[in-house]
Design a protein around this ligand. Structure first.
Ligand code: ADP
Ligand code: MG
Length: 512
């Protein structure tokens, strides 16, 4: 059935007075009811209103990645309905939908030429001009000087003209870049401009954030340690009240553990302190939920608890409620990412985290990382980043890989900032050079591998073109190359170059 899907569909069936009408997706407004039939692609972000079906996102056309949706589920644009018809409500208009935003970002990337493409464009032009001059010399000047035998020199002049006037240099480079960019598009990696691809393989130092980057960023509750006279439910309720508007993985775990929200979510005042926690005021009472940094800053008396998990304290200004210990697993891909980066020439990998020293030490040891810095606030991460960059000024590029908003300053401080996000961002996109719409850290090794292959393919294509041009020139001057053979050589050269560029696409996600 996937063969029949229109992957570029921009039309939808929208409910109007007379039933469902087919209209352009750009005319849909938020709240419109859309019917998505079997085999149709939904070009707009929406929420399922009624019906149940299996869907597949067009970025992963492997039927194993299909997912079930039913009433209340969010469906992102680009999803294909594999089963029964469903009705959905548009939750964004066409231009604000994920697929369209992604397309806009790629359009910007593709419009700007990389520095390598600019250089090769210039070389191509120089070759063209040289080709014209040389063919004039062969076709006009030499016959004039050697007694007017224009026919003898016509063929060599035409060969030189045809071989040098087709811009093999820039075409092969464009092709290799397009192969790389389309690979990235398939797995959701957006790079701000193509020039970055010229630099990835020069990265020698990679700095990773821990939570949500090297680890899953999905916490589970390990222990509930209420203070004397407080029940577990009471402590968890206070924690959930504070966290109910936060997107931090810690907040998600606490809210999952609490279950259905049965309290009023309105608060008088809210302050989320990156790297520390959150403080909200509910009916005049301030609730603090966060690590010891937050408790110390707020001057709260609490009982320090030692555990190999993330310890989150819950307190109000007047009462200490206890602490919640959370556990986060290392991402299965982090092991092979670290391995692949070392194999591809990265010399140091450092981990920076706001988490406690013992957790950081444990993660770093399990992953085989040379260095780690723990208990850092976002501003400390930037200081460490600057320090690492200062130390390695002449030793290759430094990349920072982070996830959340609290990593934005470190992302902009790095030579190359790589943000791992699960949605197309607006503000944090400013700080990063690369956005990976995946929570799989292997994307970093993948970027590195593609950049290396791209560079190699450009090198071998250049060698091939230069060798071909020199060979043709020598054979022409010696009178040993007929026009037909020259055209054949040119064609074979083009095919070889395409094959070399195509090689950039040969890296498999998850392998190296
Ligand atoms: P990392 O630097 O490891 O990526 P973060 O900077 O996201 O981690 O957070 C560091 C620490 O800050 C967390 O381990 C947690 O203790 C605390 N923290 C941050 N946000 C919150 C929150 N909303 N609620 C509770 N604690 C939080
Ligand atoms: Mg993080």
């Amino acid at each position: 059935m996937l063969r029949e899907v229109n992957y570029f569909s921009t039309r939808v069936h929208v409910r109007r007075d007379m039933g469902f009408e087919e209209i352009a997706a750009s005319e849909v407004v938020i709240g419109d009811e859309i019917e998505v039939r079997m085999g149709e692609l939904l070009p707009i972000d929406a929420t399922v209103l009624s019906g149940e079906t299996k869907m597949l996102h067009r970025s992963s056309l492997d039927e194993g990645s299909a997912f079930f949706v039913s009433s209340g589920d969010a469906v992102s644009s680009g999803s294909i309905n594999l089963g029964a018809p469903i009705r959905v409500l548009a939750s964004a208009d066409y231009n604000a939908s994920k697929t369209q935003k992604l397309y806009q970002r790629y359009k910007v990337t593709l419009q700007r030429k990389s520095s390598t493409e600019i250089v090769f464009d210039r070389i191509g032009k120089v070759f063209t001009v040289c080709g014209i001059i040389l063919s004039l010399v062969l076709g006009v000047l030499i016959p004039l000087l050697s007694g007017g035998d224009f026919l003898r020199w016509l063929s060599p002049a035409l060969i030189v003209l045809s071989i040098n006037c087709n811009d093999r240099f820039s075409t092969s480079v464009y092709y290799a870049y397009y192969c790389a960019i389309s690979m990235f598009a398939k797995i959701g990696i957006i790079i701000k401009n193509k020039s970055l691809l010229d630099n990835f393989y020069k990265i020698r130092h990679v700095v990773f954030d821990k939570t949500g980057t090297l680890t899953e960023g999905v916490f589970s509750i390990k222990e509930l340690v209420p203070h004397e006279g407080v029940t577990k439910e009471e402590m968890l309720r206070y924690a959930a009240m504070a966290e109910c508007r936060s997107d931090h993985p810690v907040a998600k775990a606490i809210l999952d553990a609490y279950g259905e929200i049965d309290f009023d979510k309105t608060v008088d005042h809210e302050l989320e302190v990156p790297g520390e926690g959150i403080c909200v005021a509910v009916r005049g009472e301030r609730i603090y939920v966060g690590n010891y940094h937050l408790m110390d800053r707020a001057g709260i008396r609490y009982l320090p608890y030692y555990s190999d998990g993330v310890v989150i304290y819950v307190a109000t200004e007047t009462k200490y409620y206890g602490c919640i210990v959370l556990k986060d697993e290392i991402h299965a891909s982090s092991f092979k990412t670290v391995d692949a980066l070392y194999k591809m020439g990265v010399t140091t990998i450092t981990m920076l985290t706001g988490d406690k020293k013992n957790n950081a030490e444990n993660t770093a040891a399990r992953l085989g990382l040379q260095r780690y810095f723990a208990e850092l606030l976002p501003e400390d991460k930037v200081k460490q980043m600057k320090h690492i960059m200062e130390k390695n000024r002449t030793g290759g590029y430094v990349a920072f890989v982070g996830d959340g908003i609290s990593d934005a300053p470190a992302l902009s401080a790095a030579d190359i900032g790589i943000a791992m996000l699960d949605d197309i961002p607006t503000d944090s996109a400013q700080s990063s050079d690369v956005i990976m719409l995946t929570n799989d850290p292997f994307g970093v090794a993948f970027l590195f591998g593609v950049s290396r292959k791209l560079h190699r393919s450009i090198f071998w294509n250049t060698v091939l073109v230069v060798a071909m041009k020199i060979l043709v020139l020598v054979l022409v001057i010696l009178g040993m190359l007929p026009l037909s053979l020259a055209v054949l050589m040119d064609g074979v050269c083009s095919l070889l170059m395409t094959a070399i560029s195509w090689n950039v696409c040969k890296i498999k996600w998850g392998k190296n």
